[in-house]
Design a protein around this ligand. Structure first.
Ligand code: MTE
Ligand code: MO
Length: 339
């Protein structure tokens, strides 16, 4: 994994091109920065500088005041010489059943999805229930992280996300001593999400899409809330404006377009577990030794540039290769049983 905190360079309005400011974020995108990411992207189609958005001016000063620069550097993807999946593939080959079942549906059907304004509520077993808007979320402070994403369907990508540790968000609400789990909920809006209107189109899962983690999993520094990808705010198909990324678990845990986070005493229900408990467990840790009832999980198709014949079949790693960071969360747990 790579966690890269950045320093901000203030650019004038004129330096900010329309292409970069691709959503109406008024204050949010007023300032933009650069990081030299040549080595990071050396193997990708977009080699060179990765440009990215920063917070609003207010957010910026809040961040500075909070001393939010955390230069943690451990890039598994880079160390392994794994190539970034191209931006085009990351944003056009998606699972987001609210917008349709085929991989091209989310991009085709989500373009009008309204993600600003947005509210994210944090409630339940907390001392300080809060509701945050986009400005509040950006003010938490953004970092870039390159993570592998391993879908339970046995394809995978390497993706440069932008966001912050989930723990930062959870701490804001001050979980109380009863809090043992964290439940997440996607927006429920059948008017905007065709998959929520039609049982067949929505893949037969219950909406809103819900997911959950144990509190200690959620507080692990790898658990991430993404608001951007490839240097830009998230496109709707990737779960705008804010989604979870849990890189050591199958992709379905990484719930998109989140409106509510609840701290709970009991283990929360999760969408794919409700739909097919014998196929999808609560933990869903990537595990090459536990096959899906209908296919092997020993290998995966790594999607790279998207060019014809460019994908590679590679061996799947335990915890998707993040065992060093997360294996200790599961000592004493039989991972063949609690899959
Ligand atoms: N709300 C919601 N979140 C979701 C999904 C979904 O259908 N609905 N699909 C999941 C699955 S199966 C995967 S693999 C990832 C895909 O994320 P990506 O399209 O950004 O690569 O999102 C996850 N989050
Ligand atoms: Mo997935």
């Amino acid at each position: 994994m790579l966690i890269k905190s950045y320093r901000k360079n203030h650019l004038t309005e004129a330096d900010v091109t329309d292409e970069k400011v691709f959503t109406d974020r008024r204050k949010i995108l007023k300032s933009m920065g650069f990081i030299g990411a040549g080595s990071l992207l050396a193997n990708s189609a977009s080699a060179g500088f990765l440009d990215f958005f920063t917070g609003s001016d207010e957010a910026d000063s809040q961040q500075k005041a909070a001393g939010k620069v955390r230069p943690l550097e451990f890039s598994k993807a880079e160390a392994d010489g794994q190539h970034l999946t191209s931006e085009d593939k990351v944003t056009s080959y998606n699972n987001f059943y609210e917008f349709g079942l085929s991989k091209s549906d989310p991009k085709a059907n989500a373009q009008g999805f309204v993600t600003d304004p947005w509210k994210l509520e944090i409630a339940g077993e907390v001392d300080n229930p809060i509701t945050l808007d986009l400005d509040d979320l950006y003010a938490i402070g953004l970092e870039e992280r390159i993570y592998r994403l391993r879908c339970v369907e046995a394809w995978s990508m390497v993706i440069p996300w932008i966001g912050f540790s989930l723990s930062e968000l959870i701490k804001k609400a001050s979980p109380n001593s009863k809090a043992k789990y964290v439940a997440f909920e996607t927006l429920h809006d059948p008017q905007q999400m065709p998959g929520q209107r039609n049982r067949f189109f929505g893949g037969g899962i219950q909406y809103p899409y819900v997911e959950g983690l144990r509190l200690d999993e959620a507080m692990n520094p790898l658990a991430f809330m993404a608001m951007g990808v490839y240097g830009k705010t998230l496109p709707p198909q990737n779960g705008a404006p804010i989604r979870l990324i849990v890189p050591w678990k199958y992709g379905f845990k990484s719930i998109k377009s989140i409106v509510k986070i609840s701290l709970t005493e009991q283990r929360p229900a999760t969408s794919w577990n409700i739909a097919a408990a014998h196929e999808y467990g609560f933990y869903a840790n990537v595990n090459p030794k536990v096959d899906h009832p209908r296919w092997s999980q020993a290998t995966e198709r790594r999607i790279t540039s998207g060019g014809l014949g460019s994908d590679r079949r590679i061996r799947t790693e335990m915890f998707n290769g993040y065992g060093e960071e997360v294996a200790s969360l599961y000592t004493g747990l039989d991972l063949t049983k609690h899959y």
